[in-house]
Design a protein around this ligand. Structure first.
Ligand SMILES: CCCn1cc(-c2nc(Nc3ccc(C(=O)NC)cc3)nc3[nH]ccc23)cn1
Length: 295
């Protein structure tokens, strides 16, 4: 009999063995699983994203249709879906053992120099430039969502809030209130809940700030903002944040961050979206910084 055509992107639930939790997102969670069809532990390790609650199925289906059509060195690889036995669908992706920058940078600080940090920043911009070219807005760019393949390769690892802006709309209007990562949000997102590609540039600025602090918890954006706008004001936080940003307040240059890089971070934080640098411009700047000797 001819070898029956098995679809390598169709994962059977009975062969998917949970090992441990890897991370939690807005309404999804990611677990490390062994996919072991032979049942002899010779299977492969995969990262499996499923829903925390039943009702968010449409979000995960949108995320699946997004990631399965993205092919870029700096975007985590889609492997398939697990959709049998009736329960809710699961997204299967390649497993990156080193975790996100939030785990990796603090742990490896002593053998990562600033040049390498800028290489990571360049790669994130390359992934984001590609995402934008496919008419997507990420809406959750942060160090926690950047995964480490090895010490010279990072990938955007989560698309839980990514939206398509096809039919030449230039922004996405947030409908449902979600526990949004406000400290990574640009003013236009906070004030009138409009997301532009330029809003992702603002979030990249916050992500680069995190990278230049080696994701040190003491200097995390929530910590720095709350120190500036006064301890937790409850729901006042959003209003106080908007007010401070509107007055031109920005997170101060981190100790280890060179002036030139802080200038770049600030070019991502212009109040008006149209005044911000774009990912193409950031890529050029990083390439110049990485060739010049003074980093
Ligand atoms: C939903 C939130 C976004 N998210 C994506 C992932 C993820 N993690 C990993 N590897 C990973 C993670 C953590 C650690 C660790 O040591 N932790 C203390 C080690 C390895 N590979 C992945 N491939 C695709 C997604 C994905 C985790 N959270």
């Amino acid at each position: 009999i001819p070898p029956q055509e098995t679809d390598p992107t169709d994962f059977k639930r009975r062969f998917l063995k949970k090992i441990r939790k890897l991370g939690e997102g807005n309404f999804g969670m990611v677990e490390l699983c062994l996919y072991d069809p032979k049942g002899d532990q010779t299977g492969e390790l995969v990262a499996v994203k499923s829903l925390k609650t039943e009702n968010e199925c449409s979000n995960l289906r949108r995320e699946i249709s997004t990631i399965r059509n993205l092919y870029h060195e700096n975007i985590v690889k889609y492997k398939g879906i697990c959709n049998d036995e009736g329960a809710n669908i699961k997204l299967i992706m390649e497993y990156l053992p080193s975790g996100s920058l939030k785990e990796y940078l603090p742990r490896n600080k002593s053998n990562i120099d600033q040049k390498r940090l800028l290489h990571y920043a360049l790669q994130i911009c390359q992934g984001m430039e590609y995402l934008g070219s496919q008419n997507y807005i990420h809406r959750d760019l942060a160090a926690r969502n950047i995964l480490v393949e090895n010490e010279s390769l990072v990938k955007i690892g989560d698309f839980g809030l990514t939206k398509s802006i096809k039919d030449d709309k230039e922004y996405y209007k947030v409908t449902e209130e979600q526990d949004s990562p406000v400290y990574w949000y640009a003013p236009e997102c906070l004030i009138n809940r409009k997301f532009y590609k330029a809003s992702d540039v603002w979030s990249f600025g916050v992500t680069l700030y995190e990278i230049m602090t080696y994701c040190d918890r003491e200097n995390s954006p929530p910590r720095v903002f709350l120190k500036m706008i006064g301890r937790s004001q409850g729901q006042m936080t959003m209003a106080r944040l908007v007010e401070a940003l509107g007055k031109g307040w920005r997170m101060p240059r981190p100790d280890l961050c060179p002036e030139m890089v802080y200038t770049q971070i600030n070019s991502c934080w212009s109040h008006a979206p149209e005044d911000r640098v774009d990912f193409k411009g950031l890529i050029k700047e990083f390439e110049i910084l990485l060739t010049s000797e003074n980093i």
